[in-house]
Ligand binder design. Structure first.
Ligand SMILES: [Zn+2]
Length: 246
């Protein structure tokens, strides 16, 4: 089970990342057999978490930076062209899929608002972290110093070899571009954390998972580890549950 120290005090917060044993969780595919199976896997997984399909809002990714505000009326919907969702609605499960890209979980305990991002190199380079934190401020009145940011699991610098096309977008972050044996590896969480800090997030309110999806071969799918196989993805999710006494 995925666990961040940063979130340990907040019983109302439900978050996580599915694993291989839960099956592929691809969203927004066509009418294929694989997609139908993924749909069934998703519904089962959400039911185990206590959510019906009509209480789940899913982003169908485009490797962009668009942030959508999830409303209860969006339940059951696949949002096209969104890579991030934020909400202040209770009992609404936000989801994105990943398979090496990083899920980023945002929580403002005071405003009881959450966000969930899909961050690969493209979205990160284009500023998805900043956009999402700005959306939390604009839509919910969040103050950056109150927002908690948890990053990962995803493909870490141990395995994430990149080439000039990608590196060119991260020239401002030499510490995140690690050269080893003539190859260069990108530490994407380091860039995401730097972006969070430049948006006003306190360093102590940022936590990075050290789990590497490439390395955890029995636990997580990895697009990079299986380049020739059809893409299989995990689903990341977050929700604020209704409090018993409210
Ligand atoms: Zn690794």
């Amino acid at each position: 089970m995925l666990s961040f120290k940063l979130f340990s005090h907040y019983q109302e917060l439900l978050y996580g990342l599915s694993e291989i044993a839960d099956g592929a969780m691809n969203a927004g595919g066509g009418e294929t057999k694989e997609y139908a199976r993924a749909q069934a896997n998703r519904h089962q997984h959400f039911a185990n978490l206590g959510f019906t399909p009509s209480a789940v809002v899913s982003a169908v990714l485009s490797h962009g930076t668009q942030i959508h505000e999830g409303k209860p009326a969006d339940g059951g919907i696949y949002l096209q062209d969104a890579d991030g969702i934020v909400t202040s609605a209770r009992d609404l499960l936000l989801t994105v899929t990943t398979a090496d890209c990083f899920p980023v979980y945002l929580y403002d305990p005071g405003k009881q608002a959450v966000g969930l991002l899909h961050a690969g190199w493209r979205g990160t380079a284009s500023g998805i972290m900043h956009n999402a934190l700005q959306a939390m401020q604009d839509k919910f009145g969040s103050t950056p110093s109150d927002i908690l940011v948890a990053i990962g699991p995803g493909i870490q610098a141990c395995h994430y070899e990149v080439h000039d096309d990608v590196l060119g977008r991260f020239a401002k972050y030499p510490a995140a571009c690690i050269v080893r044996d003539g190859k260069t590896y990108l530490d994407l969480p380091r860039v995401l954390a730097a972006h969070a800090q430049s948006s006003g997030i306190r360093p102590k309110n940022i936590e990075v998972s050290f789990l590497c999806t490439y390395e955890e071969r029995t636990r997580y799918f990895s697009a990079r580890r299986n380049p020739d196989a059809p893409l299989e993805t995990m689903v990341a999710y977050v929700a604020v549950k209704k409090r018993e006494n409210s």
